[in-house]
Design a protein around this ligand. Structure first.
Ligand SMILES: *Cc1c(COP(=O)(O)O)cnc(C)c1O
Length: 367
C-alpha cells in the first residue's frame, strides 16, 4: 500500500527537500576530511550559524526534534510525578517527550483564533506538580508568548514547524527557557533527520550539552557527572544542514511563494487558510487549507496520485495518549476534521502547483 493509503501510485509527494549547492560542498568537504562523528567542525559551524540566524546565545545540535524536546525536559529536571502541559492538536512529539522522561502529559485544547495552545485552559490545567509547558508554534504560527510567560512556569517552545516565524516582530526560537527545532526532511529547513536546542540560559546550555554527550563534561575525560545519553548530530548531517541554514531566508521565501500561489489558485473556493493573529508573522511549512469537504478533497487528490493528507487527529485519539484525555477537545477535533495539507516544497513549479489544484478545485468548485 502506498503512503496515501490507496493503490494509486504517488506522482506528487507531500514534500521534497531542496538541496543547496552549499550542502553539497560542505558534505563533500566533510567526507574528504573524514569528519563524520558528532564532534566535527561542521557541527560547530551549523550551531554557530543557527545562533546568528536566530539571535540566541546558545544552540546545541541534536539528532532530532524529538530528542531536543526530551533533552530540554531532562535538563529542567522533569521526571516521575511531574506534569507537563501540552497541546492536543500537534504532531505528538511533545506528549511523547513528557512520557519518555517519566512525566505525565496534561493535554489541553487549542484555540480557534490561532490553533495554538489555549491560554485559559492552560491556566486551569496548572497544578502543584506542573513543571513545564510545551508551546507548539503550530503550522508556522507562533504561540502568544507574553501571557504564557506570565504564568511563571518554564515554557519550552516547540518551533519544529515555524522556522523564521515571528511573534510581535521577534523570531521564534527566542521564547521560553529553550526552544526545540526539527530539521526532519519535510521541515522548512531540513537535513534529513536532526534538530537543535536554542537557549539564552547559560546554565541550561551547560546541562543540555552534558546530557547529549553521555553525561560527560569537556573538562575531564570519561568523567560522567550525570547519566547522559548520546543525542549528537553527526557531522555529515550537520554539513548538509549548514548548507540549508546558510540559505535560511531564501528557502523560506521559496515556500512562501508556493503558499501564495495556492492561495491565488484556490481563491474562488470557500476553503480557508490557517487563521492568523494580528501579532503573528507566519511562515509556510506545509500549506494547510480548511474546508468541511476536507476528506473528499483528500480522496480526490489520492485518486490522481497527489499526496494531500488530512492533518493529525487529536493526540488523545492515539492509544499511547488515550489515558490522558480530560476533555472532548472540541477545537482540536473540528480543526483536525476539516483541515488538510497540500504538497509543499520550495522548488515546486507552477505546473505542479496547478496539477495539485485540479482535484482540489474539482471538489470545491462542484455543485
Ligand atoms: C516534526 C515535529 C517534531 C519532531 O521532530 P523530529 O525531528 O521528527 O523528531 C516535534 N514537534 C513538532 C511540532 C513537529 O512538527
Amino acid at each position: 500500500m502506498s503512503a496515501t493509503g490507496s493503490d494509486i501510485p504517488i506522482r506528487i509527494p507531500l514534500s521534497n527537500v531542496s538541496i543547496t549547492p552549499g550542502s553539497k560542498r560542505h558534505v563533500l568537504e566533510a567526507l574528504e576530511r573524514g569528519d563524520v562523528s558528532g564532534t566535527g567542525p561542521q557541527v560547530r559551524a551549523f550551531e554557530a550559524t543557527l545562533q546568528d540566524t536566530l539571535g540566541v546565545s546558545h544552540v546545541v545540535a541534536v539528532n532530532s526534534g524529538s530528542s531536543a524536546l526530551e533533552v530540554v525536559l531532562m535538563a529542567l529536571g522533569v521526571g516521575h510525578g511531574d506534569e507537563v502541559i501540552v497541546p492536543c492538536l500537534t504532531f505528538a512529539a511533545p506528549a511523547s517527550a513528557a512520557l519518555r522522561v517519566g512525566a505525565t502529559p496534561v493535554v489541553v485544547d487549542v484555540d480557534e483564533p490561532t490553533w495554538t495552545i489555549d491560554l485559559e485552559l492552560t491556566k486551569t490545567a496548572i497544578t502543584s506538580r506542573t513543571r513545564a509547558i510545551i508551546a507548539v508554534d503550530l503550522l508556522g504560527h507562533p504561540c502568544d508568548y507574553t501571557p504564557l510567560a506570565e504564568l511563571g512556569l518554564p515554557i519550552v517552545e516547540d518551533a519544529a514547524q515555524a522556522h523564521g516565524a515571528r511573534y510581535k516582530g521577534r523570531l521564534t526560537g527566542g521564547f521560553g527557557v529553550a526552544a526545540a527545532f526539527s530539521f526532519h526532511a519535510n521541515k522548512a529547513i531540513a537535513c534529513g533527520e536532526g534538530g537543535c536546542i536554542a537557549t539564552d540560559d547559560a546554565n541550561l546550555h551547560d546541562r543540555v550539552t552534558t546530557i547529549v554527550n553521555h553525561g560527560m563534561t569537556s573538562r575531564r575525560p570519561y568523567h560522567h557527572i550525570t547519566a547522559g545519553t548520546n543525542r549528537r548530530m553527526p557531522n555529515l548531517v550537520a554539513a548538509f544542514g549548514l548548507g540549508q541554514v546558510e540559505c535560511w531566508a531564501h528557502l523560506l521565501q521559496r515556500r512562501q511563494r508556493v503558499a501564495e500561489r495556492y492561495h491565488r489558485l484556490l481563491s474562488s473556493t470557500a476553503a480557508e487558510g490557517r487563521p492568523r493573529a494580528h501579532w503573528a508573522d507566519c511562515t509556510t511549512w506545509l500549506h494547510a487549507i480548511r474546508t468541511p469537504a476536507a476528506h473528499r478533497v483528500v480522496r480526490a487528490c489520492r485518486d490522481v496520485g497527489v499526496d494531500a493528507r488530512a492533518i493529525w487527529p487529536p493526540i488523545v485519539d492515539s492509544p499511547a495518549f488515550a489515558a490522558f484525555r480530560t476533555s472532548t477537545y472540541p477545537v482540536s477535533r473540528a480543526v483536525s476534521r476539516e483541515t488538510l495539507w497540500l504538497p509543499t516544497w520550495g522548488d515546486m513549479t507552477d505546473e505542479v502547483i496547478a496539477e495539485v489544484c485540479r482535484p482540489v478545485l474539482s471538489v470545491l468548485s462542484g455543485p
